[in-house]
Design a binder for this molecule. Structure first.
Ligand code: CP
Ligand code: NVA
Length: 314
């Protein structure tokens, strides 16, 4: 039984057990039900403040965390990295020490994942990963919630396939989350685009003991055959703009098209964390078509993050 998650950082799903992840997901479900029943304010965090530091742009993460915090009776501050003294060279260590004397939680979106680890080391309040080059755990946990909603909680029964860049941050977090919960994910990516070795090692340590599995299948048509869930993300993530030409060329065969979706099960769903680069990794007919649950995914971010905030912030 999970007693408390108060004060914990949320840098990677690998820091959480299966039971803890299910506890957050169950709490999110309660928040969603209460929200849909019209209960907008659940004041579990009165007077608490969340600092939200962004080194990269954001629409969903920023707004879902901000509204979640307000609906919990607290408040959130949007802080652009460049406008803080961080942008002029104040260290992450000093910034984390100072911020954590003003606020009750820090959510940050950064380029290098190590920056988050440093922030967490020097912060005395929880640090939440709002996306790094390696991971996007808040997104992935919310996506698992959406899969539960659509396909039930028994991940072992499902064929979940990620098509595209195997080194993608959202995929890394999905791998860890699905694996820790005992499920399997199939990754269809070209050679040279496999998951980061640090992630596969973490997967072996944290997911395999729970029965978690992943498999790489190069041919996207073979990979998505009879799939229940087809997931993709952009081919050029934030920070990879200089590699654009090579990535587009190499990932072209992995575009999610109607023909590809027709290989999946009749009731398969299409998922994407958004923002999408329509016409690149996915065509309009799929993201706007009968398979797509991308808007539900975006909506669920708020409910899952509300659970993360309510459970972690002291
Ligand atoms: N999916 C996601 O994190 O979107 P934003 O970049 O808009 O926050
Ligand atoms: N992989 C994408 C996710 C955006 C939410 C990126 O890092 O840009």
């Amino acid at each position: 039984m999970v007693t408390s998650l108060k004060g914990r950082h949320f840098l990677t799903l690998a820091d959480y057990t299966r039971e803890e992840l299910l506890f957050i997901l169950d709490t999110a479900h309660q928040f969603k039900q209460r929200y849909l029943a019209g209960e907008r304010i659940i004041p579990l965090l009165p007077g608490r403040h969340l600092a939200m530091i962004f080194e990269k742009p954001s629409t969903r993460t920023r707004i879902s965390f901000e509204t979640a915090m307000r609906e919990l009776g607290g408040d959130a501050l949007y802080l652009n990295w460049r406008d803080l003294q961080l942008g002029r060279g104040e260290t992450i260590e000093d910034t984390a020490r100072v911020l954590s004397r003003y606020v009750d939680g820090i959510m940050a979106r950064v380029y290098e994942h190590e920056k988050l680890e440093k922030m967490a080391e020097y912060s005395r309040v929880p640090v939440i990963n709002g996306l790094s080059d390696l991971l996007h755990p808040a997104q992935a946990l919310s996506d698992i919630y959406t899969i539960f909603e659509r396909k039930g909680r028994d991940l072992r029964r499902l064929k979940i396939v990620f098509v595209g860049d195997g080194g993608d941050n959202v995929l890394h977090s999905l791998m860890l989350g699905i694996g820790i919960l005992g499920g399997k994910i199939i990754i269809s990516s070209p050679k040279g685009y496999d998951p980061n070795p640090w992630i596969t090692k973490l997967f072996e340590e944290k997911a395999e003991p729970n029965g978690g599995e992943y498999e790489i299948v190069r041919d996207p048509y073979e990979a998505v055959k009879d799939a229940d869930v087809v997931y993709t993300d952009v081919w050029v993530s934030m920070g990879q703009e200089s590699e654009r030409e090579r990535r587009i060329r190499d990932l072209e065969p992995y575009r999610v098209t109607v023909e590809l979706m027709e290989r999946a099960k009749g009731d398969a769903v299409f998922m994407h964390c958004l923002p999408a680069h329509r016409g690149e990794e996915v065509v309009d007919e799929v993201i706007d078509g009968r398979w797509s649950i991308v808007w539900d995914q975006a909506e669920n971010r708020k409910h899952v993050q509300k659970a993360i905030l309510a459970l972690l912030i002291p």
